[in-house]
Design a protein around this ligand. Sequence first.
Ligand code: BT5
Length: 275
Amino acid sequence: MESNKATVLSKAKLASLLTTDFIGRELVEIYKEIDSTNLRARELGLKGEKEGALIVTETQTAGRGRLGRVWHSPAGLNLYFSILLRPGIPSEEIPLITLFAGLGIAEAVGKVTGITPDIKWPNDLLLNGRKIAGMLAEMEFQPPDDPVVVLGIGLNVNMPPDKLPEDLSKTAGSLLIATGREWDRHVLLAEILKGIEANYMELTSGGVAGLLERYRDVCFTLGAKVKMSKGADIVVGTAVDVDQMGQLVVKRDADGILESFNAGETTIIKPGRKK
Ligand code: BT5
């Protein structure tokens, strides 16, 4: 177990635990500080770096969420990393990478800690209702037609409550906050990369149906009463499915019509499943 917060992430320790085939097998960069691991992975991707490159950092000065939001990245406590991917799948299936990465991360965290986070569609993991992880997949096309996807993940591991800024004090959590103890970040990272890779390989070899079935089983947004915002539009209804392209299908309260959402904000008004 990582017994104190001063333990630094090391390539050698990660390599000794890694069981993946290609993620983190060639290029691995571990920074003490960087603007954003997604930006670095993107830069490498556009220079032609191979799939599987892994960028990890102890802290980010410009950690990003979706829509230009900030990802709070205090030093030495959590995991912040990005993986470079070159998926040969139709572009409409690319959002599934985020969904199934979330599934792999939740399962990996469950294996290591004994508690499996809840998955909130599309990109949040929660424990006791607090967000402990977020994923950000960004895509670029390189000519002629080679999609480069950067999958970035932030997981709050050993962050105590007093490291949370005021605006996140009620909504964010960490494994430490949920379990009352610290966790070894190398062990977690190695297990998470294995989980992400297994699902990614299944997805890129045509295994969408099986993955979707597993995802639907654990995604706690399904069955919930939700409020969806798409730009200025608000839709209230029940989340009834996640479709083949990873969209959330909502049965609208107002008229019973099914509407699919591929992004935007989801607020859960009333949970649909007991957790
Ligand atoms: C996400 O965005 O959840 C995606 C976060 C991805 C972060 C990783 S870290 C490694 C890689 N490099 C990057 O630069 N980014 C990726 P979104 O769904 O937009 O959620 C962002 C919102 O989550 C913020 O507006 C806050 O409300 C909240 N938040 C920010 N930091 C948080 C944290 N550390 N823990 C929990 N919630 C946080």
